[in-house]
Structure formats: C-alpha cells, structure tokens
Design a protein around this ligand. Structure first.
Ligand code: AMP
Ligand code: MG
Length: 334
C-alpha cells in the first residue's frame, strides 16, 4: 500500500489530493476568483493566492483523508504546463515536503493527469476531449505517447468563454455564468471554425464582441456560443475516435462541467453505435476541474513505473516545465 500526496498549482487552483493504492481519499482545493467586472487572472496575484492557502489546504487534505503526514510515502506535483509563477509555488511546496518527510518526488504532466484519472471511472484507453481554461486538446494514446489529434490554434475554450464573459461584465470564471444565461437564449448564426482536426476561437470572440456592441442580447450570444463552439469540439472529437478506432470517450477539464457539452458528447457517443460501440465517461466535477487528486493518481502510476521519480537528495535536478507538451512525455507505464 502506498499513499501519494498530489499538489496542483498550474493556474487558478491550488489543490492537494491524496490517493491510497488507486483510491482517492482526499481532494482539497481553493481557487482564485474575481467578482464582477473585467478582472482576470494575473499570474503573480494567483501565485500569491496559492501561497496564502497552501498550508490550510494541505491540513484539510490530511484531515479529510484521516491520516497524518507521517503516512505519506510519495509527493507528486504538477510540473507543467502552466503559469510559471504558479507552478513555482507548487514545486516549492512539494520540495519542502519531500525534504521534510524524506520521501521521493514525482513530476507529473497536468494534461496527462486529466486523462489518467479517467481510469478511476473506468476509462482505460479513451480518446479524451480536454476542455479547460488554457488547454483544449483531443488526446489519445498511440505508440508510446499521448498524441494530440486536434487542438485549438489560438486560445483555450475556457479562456475564450471567460474573455467573452468578462467583456460583457460577468466576471471570472465566466463558464458557469454563460451556461446559466444560455438557457434563456435562442440561436443565431456565428462563425464555425474547424480546420482539419483543429479549432480556432479568436475570430469567434471578435464576432461575439461585435454582436454584443450592436446590442444583441447576451443570452442569445451565450446560447449561440455554446451550440457552435461545443459542436466544433464534438466534431473533432468524433473524427479522432473514428480515425484511431478507440471505443472509449472521456471528458476532462473545467469546461467539461458544462451540462450542454456533456449532453452533446453523450449524444455523439450514442449515435456512433451504428459504426462501433463508444462508451462515454465523465468523471465527477471535482475531478474535471484542476485538482490535486488527479496529480496524486498519476503520481502513483508513475512512481510504480519509476517514471520521473526523484529522491530527496536529487531535488536540485527538478524544475518546472511551463511549456511542456502532452506528447513530450514518454509513457512508460502502459
Ligand atoms: P480548468 O482550467 O480545467 O480548471 O477549467 C477552468 C475553466 O472551466 C474556466 O475557464 C471556466 O470558465 C470553465 N468552466 C467551469 N465551469 C464551466 C461551465 N459550467 N461551462 C463552461 N465552462 C466552465
Ligand atoms: Mg486543467
């Protein structure tokens, strides 16, 4: 039995999760938010947030798991990709714990963690639509790596939604607010930009802003944004499923909390029954958004495979990797 502590700090969320032999026993977190107006995420400010909550979140995770820190065998942390100031605070905390407890450190890729935690709900070899703030990718395993079959050519879908929400004065994060007001809206045509297996969002953002300035109702814009952009995500996901021939589909990332996106993905999987059975998997909300449990979950898998594991006297060799790509990782554990 190994007990792994996972630390997440790539962006707005500081999270500490604990996993014991494949079972998630704690998932504590606190996220940086702003209220109304145009305030967004300033990396240095977010990093300060992480420093201010880290001790409290760590204690909460231990008490939720009903263990003491002496029971921790391994520390895992999000090594990248992400905002450098935020990643640095997570790594600093992870190294301090590794040193203090004399336990090994595992550097984990955040995007791969979103995918691997799908195992906890039964997804063993899925095509994943990873729809989060900064990242939007369609990922699946092929010949030793997690390959990106499609992705955004500009901004992540969550950041795109947040930018629009900020522009119309809804504050950050905008996703849940857009979802709510979309229920009151009706469809109007906006650009649909799928390019091969990739999508582009910045042109759509400009178009939405122009329409908002022409006094088109924000409810209609929110509804049309969801119907159009989610259809783009579903289209590239389905094409990836058809090409790579997998029979599992997994959702990940904060935008996957959106019930309309979930519904559209579930429908796509059901409608593919005529070709091949595709099982639909969507973890609970707390595992979709950024969280420490998924870092601990992949940390355990990597620790057992001796992948990217460092002993407490090797910590000087460990650094953050803000621009690490999903397909940089050698997947030695499959
Ligand atoms: P992550 O970076 O994976 O933690 O996800 C954060 C992003 O998810 C932010 O951009 C949020 O606006 C977005 N998000 C959260 N809930 C929803 C929702 N219900 N609908 C759309 N986007 C959402
Ligand atoms: Mg994420």
């Amino acid at each position: 039995m190994v007990t792994i502590l996972g630390i997440e700090s790539t962006a707005h969320t500081f999270g500490v999760g604990i996993v014991k032999s494949g079972k998630i026993i704690a998932n504590a977190k606190d996220s940086f938010t702003t209220s109304d107006g145009e305030g967004g995420m300033i990396p240095i400010e977010v990093a300060k947030h992480h420093v201010s909550v880290k001790d409290e979140i760590y204690s909460k995770a231990l008490s939720d798991a009903k263990i003491s820190e002496k029971n921790i065998d391994v520390i895992a942390f999000s090594q990248g990709p992400g905002l450098a100031p935020c990643l640095l605070e997570g790594m600093k905390f992870a190294k301090e714990l590794s040193e203090k407890l004399g336990k090994p450190l595992v550097g984990v890729n955040h995007c791969v963690a979103h995918l691997e935690v799908g195992r906890s709900v039964g997804a063993k070899d899925p095509v994943m639509l990873y729809a989060s703030g900064a990242n939007t990718q369609v990922i699946a395993y092929a010949s030793g790596k997690y390959r990106i079959f499609g992705e955004t050519l500009d901004v992540g879908v969550g950041n795109f939604i947040d930018s629009f929400a900020r522009y119309v004065g809804l504050g950050f994060p905008g996703g849940p607010k857009i979802e709510k007001i979309a229920k009151e809206g009706k469809y109007l045509e906006i650009p649909y930009t799928v390019k091969g297996m990739d999508i582009a969002l910045s042109g759509i953002l400009t178009n939405l802003k122009q329409k908002f300035n022409k006094k088109i109702s924000v409810e209609d814009l929110a509804y049309s944004l969801q119907e159009t952009v989610f259809a783009m995500l579903v289209e590239v996901s389905e094409r990836a499923i058809a090409h790579v021939g997998k029979n599992e589909f997994l959702l990940g990332g904060g935008v996957a909390c959106n019930s309309r996106l979930q519904e559209m993905c579930r429908m796509m999987c059901e409608n593919r029954k005529d070709f091949d059975e595709v099982k639909y998997f969507c973890p609970e909300r707390s595992l979709l958004v950024d969280n420490g449990a998924m870092i601990a979950y992949l940390g355990e898998i990597m620790f057992k495979a001796k992948a990217n594991v460092f002993s407490p006297n090797e910590l000087n060799n460990v650094d953050i990797l803000p621009r690490q790509r999903t397909d940089d990782i050698e997947v030695s554990w499959r």
